[in-house]
Ligand binder design. Structure first.
Ligand SMILES: *Cc1c(COP(=O)(O)O)cnc(C)c1O
Length: 359
């Protein structure tokens, strides 16, 4: 046995600083930390998925091109199938975008934003350039345009609506950015179904745009890992070189397609989430020492007078799991996912308890 072997000595310097992704796991808690859909999957849709999947499907490799799913996505988005690529969650697509375009170059993010961009950028050996958001969490578009126009920048990522702040960026502002850069501009629309404005109409005029979507939030398929992107032909051609042939398994391809064929059921759930979001927002805003930020997604960012760690821990002790986002850009901030009416009521009641218990 080689007792001198040290795997960490074999990896790149940047990887040494990276910690494996670890999500807190409290199966008993009310789970309002990951922006998932709180309503169980519609039983009728589940039955359809099972009846469409034959046992044969598991012995054969899945369709590498996911033709049928891409066709239903074409109906849903109005974008041609050849401009659509599917992924094992949009996480995989972010990594592939970084590997294809970002490796060895610069990519730009607008923090505070989704933390996985940074992880995949680092894994792909891309260098991060940050253009921080303004005090109201809107994108500093003038600075972003300037940075995105510089030669070393190959990828710009805007999360819209933004996780974790809930802020929307108007598509016409994004169009100004697209016109002034030769980098690919990724607009991550993971939450667009909750009231964001899509950049899809810009695809026809801007070959450097990538619109990124997921089934994990509005469509309740987080466990099956399905994401997709919409882009011009030349961008898709490059990305297909990097994509693993069988990245999306047969079960998930079928499930996502059946979801697309039953949209009204999911629209109903989205409407319920939007109504609950308003209730949760006014509930939060009405609490002393709490400031809630306006949101266009299925979560709410809020700031408390108490240290965020104390609020997070107090809620967890009371059986409610949310996200603590405290950091230099989000002082004393936490994020709560809009749950069912029962879950939101419970969260507000427990939060009231934590705030009252401050000494
Ligand atoms: C949740 C989320 C994703 C998504 O996820 P997958 O589950 O990998 O499809 C992508 N971007 C943002 C901003 C998210 O919050």
């Amino acid at each position: 046995m080689n007792t001198f072997f040290d795997a960490s000595s074999l990896v790149r310097g940047e990887l040494k600083t990276l910690a494996p992704y670890d999500a807190p796991y409290f199966p008993e808690a009310v789970k309002l930390d990951a922006n998932e859909n709180p309503y169980g999957f519609p039983p009728g849709v589940l039955r359809k998925i099972f009846s469409e999947i034959g046992s044969r499907d598991f012995a054969r490799y899945p369709d590498p091109r996911a033709e049928r799913l891409r066709e239903s996505l074409a109906d849903y988005t109005g974008v041609a199938p050849e401009n659509i690529m599917v992924g094992n969650g949009s996480d995989e697509l972010i990594l592939n975008i970084m590997l294809t375009f970002g490796a060895g170059a610069e990519y730009v993010v607008t923090p505070p934003t989704f933390s996985m961009y940074g992880v995949y950028g680092l894994v792909a050996s891309a260098s991060r350039v940050e253009v921080p958001r303004l005090a109201d969490f809107s994108v500093d578009m003038e600075s972003l345009k300037r940075v995105a126009g510089s030669r070393g920048v190959k990828v710009v990522i805007i999360c819209n609506p933004n996780n974790p702040t809930g802020t929307a960026t108007p598509p016409d502002e994004i169009e100004g950015l697209l016109a002034g850069t030769n980098a690919v501009v990724v607009v991550d629309e993971a939450y667009v179904e909750f009231g964001g404005e899509t950049c899809i109409p810009l695809l026809a005029r801007h070959p450097n745009l990538i619109v990124l979507r997921t089934f994990s939030k509005a469509f309740g398929l987080a466990g099956l890992r399905v994401g997709y992107l919409l882009a011009g032909r030349s961008v898709v051609r490059e990305l297909l070189k990097v994509k693993q042939p069988y990245n999306l398994n047969a079960f998930s391809q079928t499930a996502a397609r059946v979801v697309m064929e039953n949209l009204p059921l999911f629209r109903e759930r989205i409407e319920k989430i939007l109504a609950e979001r308003e209730r949760l927002f006014s509930g939060l805003s009405g609490l002393p020492g709490v400031e809630a930020f306006p949101t266009r997604a299925n979560f709410i960012l809020f700031r408390t007078a108490l240290p965020a760690k104390q609020v997070y821990g107090g809620l967890l002790e009371r059986g409610v799991l949310i996200r603590n986002l405290d950091g230099p850009m989000l002082r004393r901030c936490l994020r709560v996912t809009v749950g069912t009416a029962g879950e939101n009521g419970l969260f507000l009641e427990r939060l009231r308890g934590v705030l009252a218990d401050r000494n």
